[in-house]
Each structure stands twice: as C-alpha cells, then as structure tokens.
Design a protein around this ligand. Sequence first.
Ligand SMILES: C[S@@+](CC[C@H](N)C(=O)[O-])C[C@H]1O[C@@H](n2cnc3c(N)ncnc32)[C@H](O)[C@@H]1O
Length: 170
Amino acid sequence: MNEPSSWVLRHAGYIPEGSDVLDLACGTGRHARLFLMSGHYVTALDKNTAALSDLDNHPGTEIILADLEDGSPFPLSNKKFGGIIVTNYLYRPLLPLLPELLLPNGVLIYETFMVGNEKFGRPKSPNFLLKPQELLDEYYSRLRVQSYEETTIPEPNPAVVQRICAVNSA
Ligand SMILES: C[S@@+](CC[C@H](N)C(=O)[O-])C[C@H]1O[C@@H](n2cnc3c(N)ncnc32)[C@H](O)[C@@H]1O
C-alpha cells in the first residue's frame, strides 16, 4: 500500500510543474512523497500524522494534523493548490470544496471505492462508497475532465473504484 496508486502515477504529469500539491487524508503520505520527489511543495493532511514524522523538518512539506469530519471549519480554505490528491477516502461534505482550492489549471486526482466493492470486502457502507458517475456528474462536471473510470482493480487488493482526473480550466 505504500506504492503510489497507478491512477495518481498516470496523471501526476498534468499537475503544473513546481506547484503546491495537497495530499488530503494522506495516511502514510505515499503521494506526498511522490510529489516531493518531483519537486513540488506538499501539504499533507490527516487526522493521524504519526506516519509522517520523518517529513517533519522537510523544507518542502507542511504537515497538518486535522480532523476533517469534526465540524470545525475546513483548515485550508485560504490556500490554493496546483494539484489535489485524494485516494481511498470519502467524506461527501468535502467534495464540493475541492474545486475551490484549485489554482487555474490546477488538477484534481481522486480515486476511491464505489458501489460494487462490497463483494470484495471493506468498505461496504454506502457512506464510503461512491455511487455510479458520482464524481463526474454530481461534483466535478464544471471541471475539465481529463480521465474518468469506474473499474475493478486487481492490486494492491481487488477493489471496485471510481477515479477522476480533472482540471480547473475556468
Ligand atoms: C485508507 S487511508 C488512505 C490514506 C491515503 N490517502 C492513501 O491512499 O494511502 C484513509 C485515511 O483517511 C484518514 N482519515 C479518516 N478520517 C479522517 C478525518 N476525519 N479527518 C482526516 N483524515 C481522516 C485516515 O487517518 C487515513 O489515513
């Protein structure tokens, strides 16, 4: 699971060179690390940042310890990013906020589980499973969609995912 997602790898090059990248609900920071290696300044946010302690003093990193679901104001509303990465995390109230955080030509790369994943295991709750076309139709239709898929992936574990790469071309 510490390897970057193939979807993120495939679309990372759309993110403007040298721009600030947000890894939201970053976990161990597999994508934060990917973008640090390619010369981006990275903001890595999670409610548990213990796995990021090796990046504490890294000059290109801001680590934010925050609970995105506790009702407090979204901690990043004053910042804009050239790239936003969200993988394997879904909290629907955040979805409409993400385009507001993109700079012009900024890129959203989002990949998480969708309905159908129940047959493989967790997550099984509808709260954590996207509906068909949900990212495309309900949240990001005003962005320029570069790629979109609903598919079963074999690795790291079989899972049904929905994934999008979309650009703020407004
Ligand atoms: C399945 S992991 C995915 C981690 C990372 N995005 C990746 O794909 O490697 C889900 C992450 O969401 C974080 N998370 C869950 N609820 C959260 C919340 N309320 N606020 C902030 N982060 C949260 C967890 O701590 C965990 O790191």
